[in-house]
Design a protein around this ligand. Structure first.
Ligand SMILES: [Zn+2]
Length: 197
């Protein structure tokens, strides 16, 4: 305000063509394209012309806003890394799914075999009352196994002579096969995606 040339800083002090020339110099200065002589003139004018100095500050602020990279811009390889991470996650998920299904399959088979064993034991108890006592022969396991093996054939003959037994075993086996068949079909459908992945 104390500058004698600028009683009002909003009004051009120098002749208008001079300010227009400064506008041109400003755009060149932003691109660092002023030669030393022009640079000196430019700085001298800014030093004595507050309106041009304010405009120059504004131009520089706008220019740096455009040149600085935005704060939130993701790194160049962000998409690649995200994709790799998603693929890794998907593979891990599929692995757990396959493991879970594998254990379930083993469990279903084990339950089926155990069921057949229990059923046969119950039937054996009814038809050959002394068979359960074999399992008490812990001191002579071999003899028990031999005895068990030798009686298995008789047991089988005895069991399958009774139509009701045959029906019970056949029915149970059929049920097991049906459950396993359905389970295998479900497994095929649900792991179809695994083979493609
Ligand atoms: Zn000026």
């Amino acid at each position: 305000m104390t500058h004698t040339q600028h009683p009002n800083p909003n009004l051009p002090a120098a002749p208008l063509p001079e300010h227009e020339r400064m506008g041109l110099l400003m755009s060149l200065a932003l691109d660092h394209m002023l030669d030393p002589g022009e640079q000196e003139q430019f700085e001298q004018h800014l030093a004595q012309c507050p309106p041009c100095a304010r405009q120059w500050q504004l131009w520089q602020a706008v220019d740096s806003r455009f040149q600085d990279p935005p704060l939130m811009e993701p790194p160049a390889d962000f998409a690649v890394r995200l994709e790799a991470r998603l693929a890794r996650q998907e593979r891990r998920r599929n692995l757990w799914l396959a493991l879970g299904l594998g254990f379930l399959t083993i469990g279903v088979w084990a339950a089926s075999i155990l069921g057949i064993g229990v059923l046969l034991s119950v039937l054996a108890y009814q038809f050959v009352p002394w068979v359960p006592h074999l399992f008490l022969f812990v001191t002579d396991l071999w003899a028990a196994l031999v005895a068990f093996g030798s009686t298995t054939w008789q047991l089988a003959i005895g069991l399958f002579k009774a139509p009701s037994t045959l029906l019970a075993v056949a029915g149970y086996l059929l049920l097991c096969l049906l459950i396993l068949g359905l389970w295998t079909r479900f497994l095929h459908r649900s792991t179809g995606g695994l083979a493609r992945a």
